[in-house]
Design a protein around this ligand. Structure first.
Ligand code: ZN
Length: 132
């Protein structure tokens, strides 16, 4: 129902079905590869939910290149997913802060971006303009 859609839905990242998926899939001792897979899964859900419910980011002028268009779609980062485990009461904070430090070290060691993908030659500057 349209009336249920809050004004801020375009920037919303966690929808109830995603939290349920996170709750059912998460277990302590998951490998980082499995964690990245779970992130991919949740991010895919987010993009599907947005497209099914016709949720779009508002139009804006890009401060970097002047392009006028829809703002970048939100994505689930690995760190945001880990923090959500605490936020939604799925795992205790102490457990997650240790894992978060482990993830930061793993990311650095493997040269991964926020989403667990290999950073090839794309510097952060280029990655800022994601609109077409
Ligand atoms: Zn731009």
């Amino acid at each position: 129902m349209d009336s249920e859609m809050a004004a801020g839905d375009w920037q919303r990242v966690w929808f109830p079905e995603m939290i349920e998926r996170l709750r059912s899939r998460w277990h302590l001792g998951m490998s980082f590869d499995a964690i990245i897979e779970l992130r991919d899964d949740l991010d895919g859900m987010l993009q599907r939910i947005r497209s099914e419910r016709h949720i779009h980011s508002p139009v804006f002028r890009c401060p970097h290149c002047g392009h006028v268009g829809e703002g970048a779609d939100p994505h689930v980062s690995v760190r945001a997913m880990l923090l959500s485990l605490t936020r939604f009461g799925i795992a205790p904070a102490g457990q997650i802060s240790a894992l978060e430090r482990g993830w930061a070290a793993h990311r650095k060691e493997k040269g991964l971006d926020l989403y667990g993908r290999s950073m090839t030659s794309s510097p952060a500057q280029v990655a800022r303009c994601v609109h077409p």
